[in-house]
Design a protein around this ligand. Structure first.
Ligand code: PLP
Length: 405
């Protein structure tokens, strides 16, 4: 038996992963957060809860998602075998729905009658609107006014499914401001409202809870790769925004020391460009945001920076606390990928595999070639294809004059 088991992957009772995580919330919010923690602890132990969760993942989301051998990409790079975990085939086109299914079931268990969420690019807003429509619960989505403009399609999707989208004009009018507004709402509407967070960040118990809902990705991958290759992969790789698709893939492999865990952050215009990237680990430093201590994009005075990535889903100014811990302990490695590298990987994947990947996922694809060479022939890599790229077509079109020859 491995005595190190769970040394990395369970937070302490305060929700700390090493020096990261915790519950940095105002007094007024503390009872809510403790109530949520109790409800989650209870749900976690309920087999009925997990039966419901898995049943919806099967019938509504379309799980398990396939594990696919990317044969042409493998040949192209000439190293380790590259597999894609096809999260882009889920209902709503990404991994975010896995988490929303879990949280809506928890909200119902708690008897909550109103859901709030915040969203940047709108992907979490859409996934939340989807589950709220399904369970007939009213949803209010806070979204920066600037993002409402930039993400008109997703705003329309949310509205089609009955969500109310409230533009937040304070601050820069982006995700950070929407986060603050959602927290304000939660404090004000203590008794009936459930706050649905979209990534493995925020105050305890969210980072652990979201991870456990996304861990279905890594659990399926483990079974699927053992089935088709008879062994574990040499490495798993995923893009990192707040970190939920990556931690969902990493988590079931954390105790397997032979499996390398690789996250890829967005370095946008470059790590050396002020406010020009979204690499919280490689280009930020520890601080407190959104109720937890973690690596953050911040200026010298500790003001949170907005960051930049071509991919709207990666420009969260922080990162889940468990990743900060995996980074500091060295159990996982975190690479960076620029806008340009992601665009090139996007085009290559369309051409070679007949799959249009999300720009977020393209950041991981951009780094898989070097990794495949490093691991070498006979090795195996699984890449988490977190979402499909249909939503990114317009962005890509403005960045390339014509289709590749
Ligand atoms: C939101 C999103 C991400 C980034 O979020 P994580 O919590 O880091 O997973 C990555 N890929 C896609 C397709 C997304 O929609």
């Amino acid at each position: 038996m491995n005595l190190l088991r769970n040394s990395y992957n369970q937070p302490d009772s305060e929700g700390r992963f090493g020096q990261f995580g915790g519950r940095y919330v105002p007094e007024t919010l503390m009872p809510l957060v403790l109530e949520l923690t109790t409800a989650w602890e209870d749900a976690k132990r309920s087999s009925e809860f997990w039966v419901q969760y898995h049943s919806l993942l099967t019938s509504f989301v379309g799980r398990p998602s396939p594990l696919y051998f990317a044969e042409r990409l493998t040949k192209h790079y000439g190293g380790a075998k590259i597999y894609f975990k096809r999260e882009e085939l889920n209902h709503t086109g990404a991994h975010k729905i896995n988490n929303c299914i879990g949280q809506i079931l928890l909200a119902r268990r708690m008897g909550r009658t109103r859901i709030i969420a915040e969203t940047g690019a709108g992907q979490h807003g859409v996934a939340s609107a989807t589950v709220c429509a399904k369970f007939n619960l009213p949803l209010v989505v806070y979204m920066g006014a600037k993002d409402v403009e930039r993400q008109a399609q997703n705003v329309f999707r949310m509205k089609l499914m009955g969500a109310e989208v409230l533009p937040v004009t304070g601050g820069a009018g982006t995700l950070k401001d929407a986060l603050n507004e959602a927290l304000r709402d939660w404090v004000t509407n203590v008794h009936d409202t459930y706050y649905m967070i979209g990534t493995s960040a925020g105050m305890h118990p969210y980072p652990e809870m979201v991870r456990d809902f996304q861990a279905v990705i890594g659990k399926e991958t483990r079974e699927q790769i053992l089935e088709c290759e008879g062994c574990l992969p040499d490495a798993v790789i995923a893009c990192v925004g707040g970190g939920s698709n990556a931690i969902g893939m990493f988590h079931p492999f954390i105790d397997d020391e032979t499996v390398r865990l690789i996250g890829v952050e967005a370095s946008g215009h470059g790590l050396d460009v002020y406010n020009g990237h979204a690499a919280s680990l490689n280009g930020g430093r520890p601080g407190v945001l959104h109720g937890n201590r973690t690596y953050l994009l911040q200026n010298e005075d500790g003001q949170i920076l907005e960051g930049h990535s071509i991919s709207a889903g990666l420009d969260y100014p922080g990162i889940g606390p468990e990743h900060s811990h995996l980074f500091d302990t060295g159990r996982a490695q975190y690479l960076t990928c620029t806008d340009k590298e992601a665009l090139d990987a996007f085009r290559l994947t369309c051409r070679l595999e007949g799959i249009i990947p999300a720009l977020e996922s393209s950041h991981a694809i951009a780094k898989v070639g070097d990794l495949a060479k490093e691991v070498g022939c006979g090795g195996i890599i699984v890449l988490n294809l977190s979402g499909r790229g249909d939503k990114d077509i317009d962005t890509v079109a403005t960045h390339i004059e014509s289709a590749p020859a």
